[in-house]
Design a protein around this ligand. Structure first.
Ligand code: AHR
Length: 884
């Protein structure tokens, strides 16, 4: 939990308790027990004044949960052993029945725990670890399945000795059997001051209250706001006190999740074009080199071979042996191939054939041939690329591509590609125009790629290496995707950078810190060293650092002087890409293994390239141990920016207005790299708009933000909700999308503070003082210093319309001075119109689209104001465009 928040809650709750309990007859000290009652739960705590009757704190509250391994199958805590030493609570536990690791963590208050580590033991498995002290060392004794007992020791609770076999009789556990809430558990028992237990009770109660607030939903508003109506709001922007804010606030985070790349943004129409799919891509569906291909008809034998590969990174290809003409190899694309009548499609296939051969390649739907070409193969031992342009005679939703040998004999084929010529900006190997366009329409200031979890990967072998994604498409190294499918990497770093340039956004590559995802289900090099503990060794880290330095060189180097930069030029971009940001790590567990690698990379990259802003990471939540430790490192290392992530319920956003107002204005900045409110209803879109008004107010600290995930193909979603859904022929932006787009399209680099004054219309002297009502109104006024345009953003999360007056006098006055005029000329001389765009509707539904209109500007007697009614449940942007 965020320590500041925790402190505030604790102080509040402690004051209440102190008042109620000042004279209560509590013992000075009590017994405290730590235990677990099921592997999927966490560490529980109970207390007792007599070591006999035990009272659990919270309703089975998890004081710490295991963070080991993949969600679902792992994250288990077996037999925790807790030791109190020198005022610190040290804990170890078993992480599974077949793992060679145990978990370690510590805490000074049993509340905030150090991010966990998982020391690796060279034994078949680690079971029932027991923690004790011997002299100045920590000792962990554990069992293996065959009944043997081992011991490992550590002075610092971080570096552990090699496991040594010991006598079974030496394995001693101090655990006591106690009964809590009717269940018998094995617990470690200590004695602590009553105040210690009291503060835990207070913390758990505060967490429960906070959780209750986070459950606030707009569907309950009828009763919550029954007496709230007839509200008038006054907004008084104070242009004299504007502050500079980031002009990079709204960006996008592209990750290959939900088929966002292959079958999505990447315009390639052939699935498994290189026959490189394998079972590891999707074990449930048993994908293989033939996935998405079928052989129709008789007379031809089809096999997958690996001899004479087209490229070392593309080792599988298809061998067709034809005895009798008539069969064809058919690719069904990604749920079928969509083609449009009269449009041009670039076909490319590599063939290798001893004898000259003729092959017919056609686009078909059912029995209908939509386009067809005959490829004449030359004889020879080498692979040759053949191309043609196919122009369908009719449009189709579910076409297939058929490759049909026209004579007897053998041929090999590989890398079958069909690309619409109509890609975004007509780029070769480019992006699907409609999806790319809707992203461009958001006017994102940056694009983060390639992940997310796809960056740090599922296990060490799956870490994303940018070099595997550049070069000729058939030379790239595909891999399984952590989201359970295949990544061809046809959409690679060159394409990402090119796209950024095409839409005027900064590229923000985010790459692994040398460790895989902490939720990895796969092991390290020996297959048993799961999660981050199976990260790259520090020896390997030298090469990995070089790989990241090479990326900077590739992106920014002089093509005449540098080989890497020359690769970029050869791919089609002689000028540097002007990379400014590089992210290291993705919401990682801030374990010892991670910290060693992360600090090494951040320090070395910043040393070698002070011109690059390194973006660090602070865990997956807005509070808790990774957040605290991540921020500690950010401050120690004076990092420029760190990446925060949170996916919270709408109620969190309704109740956390001031989340960033508490942040240090002069320290490390924030990139809110992944966030969303768990839904695609208007309610979600509105709380996101509300949050963005709060973020925009703090955009001197929060310098970048991106909603996540961005894209999802219908029928292939691993994560819901997403910002934009699509299928093969349609793109479907959500209400959440329009919020992001309206912020992106109406951004400024100056924030004009503006107090909102809420009054009851019928009695204007009566100020609305209910904080839950006030929290439901969000406003933000920003100015674009280049154009002088001013944008007023208004969020009304109340079930009532709210009439609003915006006092424009200060804005006009300051604009007059900035324009060098010596008298006030009136609103109409500065702002021709006040067009607004509004998103509103039924909060329980989604898919609303914004509508627009014009608000009234009053400019009588040099008194300038704007009148507008904020519809109930709405987000509005009013644009004051400066007369040019
Ligand atoms: O946005 C989806 C996933 O959420 C990202 O890959 C990961 O970083 C986070 O857990």
């Amino acid at each position: 939990m965020n320590s500041m928040k925790k402190q505030t809650l604790c102080v509040l709750a402690a004051m209440i308790c102190a008042a109620q309990q000042a004279n209560a007859n509590h013992p000075d000290s009590v017994y405290i027990a730590t235990y677990a009652n099921s592997p999927k739960a966490g560490l529980h705590v109970a207390y007792s004044s007599d070591n006999s009757r035990w009272i659990g704190i919270g309703d089975n509250y998890d004081f710490v949960k295991s963070d080991f391994g993949a969600w679902g199958s792992q994250k288990q805590m077996f037999a925790p052993s807790v030791l109190k030493h020198d005022g610190v609570w040290y804990a170890v536990w078993g992480v599974n029945t077949d793992k060679r690791q145990f978990a370690t963590t510590k805490s000074s208050d049993l509340w905030l725990w150090k991010p966990q580590d998982y020391p690796y033991m060279d034994v078949p498995e680690v079971l029932e670890p027991v923690l004790s002290r011997e002299g100045d060392e920590f000792v962990v004794m554990f069992k293996t399945a065959d009944g043997s007992v081992y011991k490992t020791v550590s002075r610092d609770f971080s570096h552990w000795s090699k496991a040594a076999k010991i006598d079974n009789a030496d394995y001693i556990s101090q655990k006591q059997s106690i009964s809590v809430g009717g269940a018998r558990v094995e617990a470690d028992v200590n004695r602590v001051p009553w105040q210690f237990v009291n503060s835990l009770i207070t913390n758990v109660d505060a967490a429960a209250q906070r959780y209750a607030r986070e459950c606030e939903r707009m569907t309950d508003d009828a009763s919550r706001f029954a007496k709230v109506n007839d509200i008038k709001a006054f907004l008084k922007p104070d242009a004299n006190n504007s502050k500079a804010i980031s002009n990079n606030l709204i960006g996008i985070f592209f990750e290959d999740i939900n088929y966002a790349a292959d079958g999505g943004l990447y315009a390639e129409l052939i699935q498994n074009r290189d026959f490189e799919y394998s079972e590891g891509d999707n074990r449930r569906e048993k994908w293989n080199a033939k996935t998405s291909w079928t052989l129709e008809g008789d007379g031809t034998e089809w096999s997958i071979v690996t001899d004479n590969p087209l490229h070392a990174n593309n080792s599988h290809n298809s061998l067709l042996k034809t005895e009798k003409v008539g069969a064809r190899l058919v690719n069904s694309g990604f749920d079928g191939i969509v083609v449009k009548k009269g449009e041009k499609y670039d076909l490319s296939i590599f063939f290798r054939s001893k004898d000259a051969h003729k092959v017919r390649v056609s686009l078909r739907e059912g029995d209908k041939t939509l386009a067809s070409t005959v490829v004449s193969l030359k004889s020879g031992a080498q692979w040759k690329q053949y191309g043609a342009v196919l122009v369908p005679s009719a449009s189709a939703e579910k076409a297939v591509l058929a490759i049909e040998p026209m004579q007897k004999g053998e041929l090999q084929l590989d890398f079958v590609s069909l690309f619409p010529q109509n890609t975004f900006k007509n780029r070769k190997n480019g992006m699907r125009a409609d999806i790319a366009q809707i992203l461009a329409d958001m006017k994102p200031r940056f694009v983060r790629f390639p992940g997310g979890c796809a960056s740090h990967g599922n296990g060490i072998e799956n870490i994303y290496h940018w070099k595997h994604s550049v070069g000729k498409p058939w030379e790239r190294k595909g891999d399984f995707n952590i989201w359970n499918y295949h990544q061809s990497r046809g959409l690679g770093f060159f394409e990402y950078f090119q796209f950024c340039e095409d839409i005027g956004a900064e590229p923000l590559p985010v790459l692994s810190a040398g460790v895989p995802c902490q939720n990895s289900s796969r092991g390290g090099r020996d297959g048993k060293n799961d999660g981050q503990q199976g990260g790259l060794s520090m020896d390997e880290m030298k090469d990995y650092l070089q790989e990241l330095l090479d990326l900077i060189e590739w992106a920014n180097g002089d093509a005449k002087k540098s080989k890497l930069a020359a690769m970029r030029a050869e791919a089609g971009h002689p000028k540097p890409f002007n990379l400014k940001y590089l992210g290291i790590g993705n919401e990682d567990l801030i374990s010892d293994v991670f910290v060693e690698r992360y600090n090494y990379l951040c320090r070395e990259i910043r040393k070698a390239h002070p011109e690059i802003t390194v973006v660090g990471t602070v865990g997956p939540f807005w509070e808790g141990s990774d957040y605290e430790e991540g921020w500690k490192i950010a401050k120690q290392e004076k990092l420029d920016i760190v990446d925060e992530h949170y996916y919270n319920q709408p109620g969190w956003y309704l109740n956390n207005h001031n989340f960033y107002d508490k942040y240090d204005r002069n320290g490390t900045k924030v990139y809110l790299g992944e966030w969303a409110s768990k839904g695609n209803k208007l309610e979600n879109a509105l709380v996101e708009a509300l949050h963005l008004t709060n973020v925009e107010r703090n955009a001197d600290v929060v310098v970048m933000s991106s909603y996540a995930p961005l894209l999802a193909k219908e029928g292939h979603t691993q994560w819901n909700p997403d910002l934009i859904y699509f299928n093969n022929s349609e793109v479907k932006p959500t209400a959440n999308y329009y919020v992001q787009a309206l912020f992106g399209q109406n951004s400024g680099d100056e924030y004009i503070p503006a107090d909102v004054d809420l009054r009851f219309k019928t009695d204007r002297s009566n100020r609305v003082s209910r904080s839950d009502v006030m929290r439901r109104i969000g406003t933000s006024v920003v100015r674009d210093s280049k154009t002088g345009d001013v944008f007023v953003k208004l969020v009304n999360c109340l079930p009532e319309d709210v009439t609003l007056t915006v006092d424009l006098n200060d804005i006009i006055k300051v604009e007059t001075i900035k324009s060098g005029k010596n008298k006030t000329l009136g609103a109409s001389n500065y702002y021709l119109d006040a067009d607004y765009t509004v998103l509103t509707g039924n909060i329980a539904e989604g898919n609303q689209k914004p509508t627009s209109g014009t608000a009234k500007v009053n400019s009588e007697s040099d008194d300038f104001s704007l009148e507008y009614t904020m519809p109930k449940y709405s987000f509005t942007v009013i644009k004051l465009v400066k007369r040019k």
